[in-house]
Design a protein around this ligand. Sequence first.
Ligand code: 5GP
Length: 195
Amino acid sequence: MNFLEERIVKDGVVKEGGVLKVDSFLNHQMDIQLFETMGEEFKRRFAGKAINKILTIEASGIGIACIAARHFDVPVVFAKKTKSINIDGEVYAAEVESFTHQTVNRVIVSKKFLSAEDRVLIIDDFLANGCALQGLIQIVEGAGARVEGIGIAIEKGFQPGGQRIRERGYQLESLAIVEDMDCRTGKIRFRPQKV
Ligand code: 5GP
């Protein structure tokens, strides 16, 4: 097991409905030393890529993206969730369905902070059905920019997001991939990784 898998086994809580709670180190309280190690690992996995910007989505992705950004020495932009239906020409927008809240959010990024020259690393905490990622990819590509890679902390491999994104040809690197988990026993099984 790698460092993140070990931490998930130690402190993660398997809930009903395929939800993994990692509030004590990732989603509410944040273990910054762990985030440092995650940032180092993202840098290793995306070595050689000409990344000049990191894009994430509020709220849980921001902390991870900021610490990762120190390893890439690039700025972080986060997509903002908004209920506003005003079509504002100054933003790139996408509709994102929330897995955890079962709502649809419009997410936006100002055109000031994303342009056709950008080579973007997308970072998020979880990958489940892939709606958040698809929204972020749509925003990057809508700006004429390029998705150089996608870095995820925890992918739930039993949901379809990862496969969908990989089939589209993106380099998707998830530090831990949960193959299955059982809320009765609390047991979590990870997909073996080559790296
Ligand atoms: P997706 O759009 O891929 O279906 O879901 C991704 C988003 O849903 C993530 O940004 C994360 O905030 C949230 N999410 C999905 N599944 C889980 C989960 O099992 N646990 C937690 N804590 N968040 C999740």
